[in-house]
Design a protein around this ligand. Structure first.
Ligand SMILES: Nc1ncnc2c1ncn2[C@@H]1O[C@H](COP(=O)(O)OP(=O)(O)OP(=O)(O)O)[C@@H](O)[C@H]1O
Length: 862
C-alpha cells in the first residue's frame, strides 16, 4: 500500500532533490493617513514598485524600480494577504513540508501587524490556526499520543499511556490553577472572525497533533516565551540552539505545547505576546525590541491496520513545521530617537539583521554565475542566533518566503536598502523539498471503514437513534441486517430446571438450538456475503470518490486559477482606480491652474492693449513733435543756408575782386620794360594765392653778367611771414631808390640784409652769401590806392659759380582809408615822379634790375 503526503521533516529521510526554488519575496505597503501623500513610493503593477528621490540641492534626483512575487497595496486586507502568503504554507505544512516565513522592514512598517495582527483582525499566525484545525479536526490524535522527546523528535504513546498522561495533566491543572493561562476578559469579549478554509487534500489515514512553541531572540540570546518562570526566578533563562541527528536546528529545551483547537493556540500566542519585549519609540508606539519566532509543528503518524490506533513506531512519525518570524525593525537612531537601553537594543537588532543580509548575500554570490572560481564562501550562520536557528532552512529543509514591509512615508534613503535586500533575496535559491511517498503496506481508507463500522454498530445498540448523514442505501442495508440479527430462528422452549430430566423436552431444546445454530450459520454466511458486497460497494464508492476527488481537484485548480485571475483583475482595478483618483486630482489641480493662467492671460492681454493704446498716443505725440521739429529745423536750415549763401556770395565777391586785382598785377608785370620782360618769369596765379607758382631766375657768373631764366617751379609757400622773419636768413633787399614809408602793420623784417636800389652786377647776389632776395615795388591800384609789392625769392647757388633766383612769394601791402583819401596817396604820386626823375625818364624796374635781366638795355615799361 502506498502513502502519499507525509514528509518527514525531522526523522524521516529527505528525498535527494537537486532542484532549487528561489525565495519568494512579497512586499506590503502599510496604509497612510488620507491627507498624507507618499513622497517617493509608487506601485507600478502588482509585482513592481518604484521609489523616487526628489532632486537634491544640486538638482540630482534618483529612482529605483524593484520587482517581487506580489505587492500588497494598502487596500489589501489581512485576509487577502493571508490567502496569498500564508495559506499555501499551511497547505504544505499539512502535507508534511516545512516552511519559513519572515517579515522584514523598517520599524513601524507593519511587520507585527501582518504576522500577528490585533484582537479584531488577526494576522497570518491566527489565520494559520483556523485553517490547520478546521482541516485536521476529524483526524486529530488523542491528546498526549505524541510527546516531545526533547531532541527535536516525538515519542508515540499507546492509548493507555496517553490517557494516563491526560489524567496526570488534569490533576496538575487542578492543583496549580495559577499555571493555567487564563483567558483575559478582553479576549473573551472580542470575538475573532475565523478564516473559513479547510485543506481537503490531506491524508485521512493519519492521526495529527499540533504543537506550538514561541521564542524571542533578544540581544543575541534565545528566550522561551511560553516558559513559566518559577516562583524564585526573576527572569527566564536563555536557551541554546542545537542541531539534531538529521541536521535540523532547534531550540533545546523549548516548551512545545500541544494544542487541540484554535482557541488554545490563540491563547498561547497571546501569552507569548504579553511576554515579548516591546517599547515605545518615535517610530512606533509598540515597537518590537526582539525577533520573535512562532513555530507551528504538525506531527503525524499513520493509523494501524484496524484504522483505530496510531502505529507506535517512531520511524513512521513525520514532523513538519511552519516558522513565522516577526523580525524587529531596522531603525536609524536619529529617526527612532532612541537613547540608552533602546539604543543598545537597536544596535543588537541591526547587527543580527545585517548578519541575515550578509548570509543571504553570500548565498547569492555562491550561487551566482559570476562566481567563476566556483569556491563557495563560508556562510556565517553562527555569527547571530537568528541565522543560526534558520541555517537548516537556508540549506534546504523547507521553503522560504519573505515579506518586505514598507511604510510609504519613509524616506528614499531608508527604503532603498530594504527594497534592494528584498530583491536580492528573491534571487537566492534553496533546495526544493518534495513530500515523500511512503509505502507502509496498508490499505487506504482504514479510518473510513472504522467510522462506518461504528455507524453500523450504533443502530444495533440504539435502534431508534437517528443515523448521521450517510448514503440511503447503506442505511437500508443496515436496518435489514439489524432485523435479521433479531430473528435467529424458533423461540427457545420455556423450560424448568426439572425439565432437563425430561428426554422429550431435552430433544425439543436440542432441535431448537440446532435450528438456531443452523440459522446462525446461515446468517453468518449472509453477513459475510453482505460484508463482501458492502466492501465491493465501498471499493466502488472509493473509486468513485477518488475520481470525484480528482475531478474536484481539477475543478478546484481551475477555480483557483480563476480566483487568482479575478484577484489580479481586482488588484489591477484597485491600482487603476488609485491611478484614476490621483489623475483626477491632478486634472482638477491642472484645471484650476489653467483657469488661473487664463485669468492671468486676460489681465496681461488687457495690460498689453492698454500699453499699445498708450504707445499709439505717444507715437502720435512724437510724430507731431517730429513734424514740428522738422519744420523748425528746415526753417533754421534755410536761414543758415541763406546766411551762408550770403557769406559765400560776399567771399566770392571778395575773391573775384582779389582775382581781378591779381590779374591787374599780372597785367602790370607784363607791361614791364622789354629787357625786364625778356627774363623768363612765369607765374601762375590761382584763387588761393598762397599756392603760387615760383619764379625761378638764373643768375649767370659775372662774365656774362646776365641772369638767365631756366625754369619756374612751384614751391611751398607756407609760413611766408616766418620765412621773411627768420633771423638767420641773409637777404638782398632790392628797394626803390626812394621808398615811401609804408606805415603798415605787416612790415617785412629782414634782420640780416643788404639793401640795394639797383642790381647791376650779379656779384651783388652771389658774393654776399645771401640766400633770400626781395624785390619791392611801390605804386597805386586802379582806384589809386597806394600799394607796395614784395616779390620774394630764394637764391640758389649754381655749380657754375652763379646763382638762381627762384621767386616764390608776392606780398602786397596796401593801405586803404575809410574816408576815401589815403594819406600816402600824395606821397606815392611824389614818389613816382621822383623815380622817374631819378631814372631819367626810364622805367624804374628795368633800370633797377639790370643785373637780373642780364642785358644792358633798359626796357621801357608800359
Ligand atoms: N496594513 C495595515 N493596516 C492598518 N494598520 C497598520 C497596517 N500596518 C501597520 N499598521 C499600524 O502601524 C503601526 C505599526 O505597525 P507595526 O507595529 O506592525 O510595525 P512593525 O514593523 O512591527 O514595527 P517594529 O519593527 O518597530 O516592531 C501599528 O499601529 C499598526 O496597527
Amino acid at each position: 500500500m502506498k502513502r502519499v503526503g507525509c514528509q518527514p521533516a525531522v526523522n524521516l529521510k529527505r528525498s535527494k532533490d537537486d532542484e532549487k526554488d528561489p525565495i519568494q519575496v512579497y512586499c506590503r505597503l502599510r496604509p497612510v493617513s488620507a491627507n498624507v501623500e507618499s513622497p517617493c513610493v509608487k506601485v507600478i503593477s502588482d509585482t513592481e514598485i518604484q521609489i523616487y528621490c526628489p532632486p537634491n540641492e544640486r538638482g540630482i534626483s534618483r529612482e529605483g524600480q524593484f520587482s517581487y512575487k506580489k505587492i500588497f497595496t494598502e487596500y489589501e486586507t489581512q485576509d487577502m494577504v493571508f490567502q496569498d502568503l500564508g495559506l499555501p504554507l499551511v497547505e504544505q505544512l499539512l502535507l508534511g513540508k516545512s516552511s519559513l516565513l519572515f517579515a522584514y522592514g523598517i520599524s513601524g512598517s507593519g511587520k507585527s501587524y501582518t504576522m500577528t495582527g490585533n484582537q479584531e483582525d488577526g494576522g497570518i499566525v491566527s489565520r494559520c490556526f483556523d485553517v490547520v484545525f478546521s482541516s485536521i479536526k476529524d483526524f486529530q490524535a488523542r491528546r498526549f499520543t505524541f510527546k516531545p522527546d526533547k531532541l527535536n523528535g516525538y515519542d508515540v504513546n499507546s492509548i493507555e499511556d496517553a490517557m494516563m498522561f491526560q489524567a496526570e495533566d488534569f490533576k496538575n491543572n487542578v492543583k496549580n490553577p495559577s499555571k493555567t493561562f487564563k483567558k483575559r476578559e478582553a479576549d473573551i469579549n472580542t470575538p475573532r472572525v475565523p478564516f473559513n478554509y479547510k485543506v481537503t487534500d490531506i491524508d485521512q489515514d493519519v492521526a495529527y497533533s499540533v504543537f506550538i512553541s514561541y521564542v524571542e531572540i533578544y540581544h543575541n540570546y534565545v528566550y522561551d516565551l511560553l516558559e513559566d518562570v518559577s516562583d524564585g526566578e526573576i527572569r527566564r533563562n536563555s536557551k541554546i540552539i542545537r542541531e539534531d541527528s538529521n541536521g535540523n536546528m532547534y531550540v533545546h529545551g523549548v516548551n512545545e505545547q500541544e494544542v487541540f483547537n484554535p482557541g488554545e493556540a490563540f491563547e498561547l500566542l497571546r501569552k507569548g505576546q504579553l511576554r515579548k519585549r516591546t517599547a515605545s519609540t518615535f517610530l512606533n508606539m509598540d515597537s518590537s525590541r526582539s525577533h520573535t519566532v512562532f513555530t507551528i509543528r504538525v506531527v503525524q503518524a499513520p493509523l494501524d491496520v484496524d484504522g483505530v490506533n496510531v502505529i507506535q513506531d517512531k520511524k513512521y512519525t513525520a514532523v513538519s513545521q511552519l516558522s513565522l518570524v516577526d523580525l524587529a525593525g531596522s531603525e536609524r537612531a536619529d529617526k527612532a530617537k532612541t537613547t540608552g537601553q533602546r539604543l543598545q537594543e537597536a544596535g543588537g537588532i541591526n547587527n543580527s539583521l545585517s548578519n541575515l543580509k550578509q548570509c543571504l548575500k553570500i548565498l547569492y554570490e555562491n550561487q551566482s554565475s559570476s562566481n567563476l572560481r566556483n569556491i563557495a564562501e563560508k556562510i556565517p550562520y553562527r555569527t547571530s542566533r537568528l541565522t543560526h536557528l534558520f541555517k537548516s532552512f537556508f540549506e534546504g529543509s523547507g521553503s522560504i518566503r519573505m515579506l518586505i514591509c514598507i511604510n510609504p512615508i519613509s524616506e528614499y534613503a531608508e527604503l532603498l536598502p530594504v527594497l534592494q535586500f528584498g530583491e536580492m533575496s528573491g534571487s537566492v535559491k534553496v533546495k526544493r523539498t518534495t513530500p515523500l511517498r511512503m509505502d507502509i503496506g496498508l490499505t487506504p481508507g482504514r479510518r473510513k471503514i472504522v467510522d462506518m463500522q461504528s455507524v453500523n454498530r450504533i443502530p444495533c445498540v440504539f435502534e431508534e437513534e437517528p443515523i448521521t448523514p450517510l448514503d440511503n442505501k447503506i442505511k437500508d442495508n443496515t436496518k435489514e441486517t439489524c432485523l435479521t440479527f433479531l430473528n435467529l430462528g424458533p423461540p427457545l422452549p420455556e423450560l424448568d430446571v426439572d425439565d432437563i430430566l425430561d428426554a422429550e423436552k431435552r430433544q425439543e431444546l436440542i432441535n431448537v438450538l440446532e435450528q438456531r445454530i443452523k440459522k446462525k450459520d446461515e446468517l453468518r454466511e449472509v453477513l459475510i456475503n453482505q460484508s463482501n458486497e458492502i466492501r465491493a460497494e465501498m471499493v466502488f464508492l472509493e473509486c468513485n470518490y477518488a475520481n470525484s476527488k480528482q475531478e474536484i481537484n481539477s475543478l478546484q485548480i481551475l477555480r483557483d486559477q480563476d480566483t487568482n485571475k479575478v484577484k489580479q483583475y481586482q488588484n489591477k482595478a484597485f491600482l487603476l482606480e488609485n491611478e484614476m483618483a490621483s489623475l483626477k486630482r491632478k486634472l482638477e489641480s491642472l484645471d484650476s491652474e489653467n483657469k488661473r493662467l487664463k485669468s492671468d492671460l486676460n489681465a496681461k492681454e488687457n495690460m498689453l492693449n492698454q500699453v499699445s493704446v498708450d504707445k499709439d498716443l505717444l507715437k502720435q505725440r512724437y510724430n507731431t513733435k517730429i513734424i514740428k521739429k522738422q519744420e523748425q529745423l528746415s526753417r533754421e536750415f534755410k536761414d543758415k543756408w541763406k546766411v551762408q549763401e550770403n557769406e559765400f556770395e560776399a567771399k566770392l565777391q571778395d575773391k573775384k575782386r582779389k582775382l581781378k586785382h591779381i590779374k591787374n598785377i599780372a597785367e602790370s608785370i607784363e607791361s614791364l620794360p622789354s629787357h625786364f620782360s625778356r627774363r623768363t618769369i612765369k607765374r601762375t596765379i590761382s584763387d588761393e594765392s598762397l599756392n603760387k607758382p615760383e619764379h625761378v631766375v638764373n643768375i649767370k657768373p659775372s662774365e656774362s653778367k646776365q641772369i638767365e631764366h631756366t625754369q619756374m617751379t612751384l614751391r611751398h609757400l607756407r609760413s611766408r611771414r616766418s620765412k621773411s622773419c627768420d633771423p638767420q636768413e641773409r637777404w638782398i633787399e632790392h628797394k626803390p631808390p626812394a621808398p615811401i614809408p609804408l606805415q603798415t602793420v605787416m612790415q617785412p623784417k629782414m634782420k640780416k640784409r643788404k639793401s640795394v636800389t639797383k642790381l647791376t652786377d650779379a656779384k651783388t647776389v652771389t658774393n654776399n652769401g645771401a640766400s633770400k632776395y626781395c624785390l619791392m615795388t611801390q605804386g597805386a591800384d586802379e582806384q589809386g590806392i597806394p600799394e607796395a609789392k614784395l616779390y620774394k625769392a630764394d637764391i640758389i647757388q649754381t655749380m657754375g659759380g652763379g646763382a638762381q633766383i627762384v621767386f616764390n612769394d608776392v606780398e602786397t601791402l596796401k593801405q586803404d582809408s575809410p574816408l576815401g583819401c589815403s594819406p600816402v596817396r600824395n606821397r606815392i604820386q611824389a614818389y613816382n615822379n621822383e623815380i622817374r626823375a631819378h631814372a631819367g625818364g626810364s622805367d624804374d624796374l628795368n633800370s633797377r634790375c639790370y643785373a637780373i635781366q642780364g642785358g644792358n638795355t633798359p626796357v621801357s615799361r608800359k
